[in-house]
Design a protein. Structure first.
Length: 136
């Protein structure tokens, strides 16, 4: 066997062994922690739509490079201080307007107001189009 082929075979054997070892370790870890992992997975799946809503809301208001910034942060629309922390946002949203319904997204009741408790609702695209500001 030539030298190049020998090196290749050594790398392959080492890699194959490592992958088998990793699979074994992964399986053992999963068996040991599967209840906790499944619980966390369900919690993350339940909160994901709200996390995306929260993240998008903050980005539109705070990121000057976002394509819609001029319609939000550029107009002075802010996210209240309390909602800068995700846990507070979740608590308030669930208490005030409930979980996110399918086909709806967060809408400001007063279109010139901030994202804050008392000024948000779940609305369809049609409802949001009816709640637009006059563009001059």
């Amino acid at each position: 066997m030539n030298e190049a082929k020998k090196k290749y075979m050594q790398k392959f054997r080492k890699g194959a062994w490592s992958r088998a070892y990793d699979k074994k370790q992964g399986k053992e870890y999963y068996e040991k922690h599967k209840e906790k992992m499944n619980r966390q997975s369900k919690e993350n799946a339940d909160s994901k739509p709200l996390y995306r809503t929260w993240s998008s809301m903050k980005t539109r208001c705070l990121n000057k490079n976002h394509e819609a910034y001029h319609n939000y942060g550029g107009r002075g629309i802010k996210v209240c201080d309390r909602w800068m922390k995700y846990e507070n946002y979740i608590e308030d949203i669930l208490k005030e307007i409930g979980p996110k319904p399918e086909g709806k997204s967060v809408d400001r009741i007063d279109n010139d107001g901030n994202y804050e408790p008392g000024n948000v609702r779940w609305a369809t695209r049609k409802e949001q189009r009816a709640n637009r500001r006059e563009v001059k």
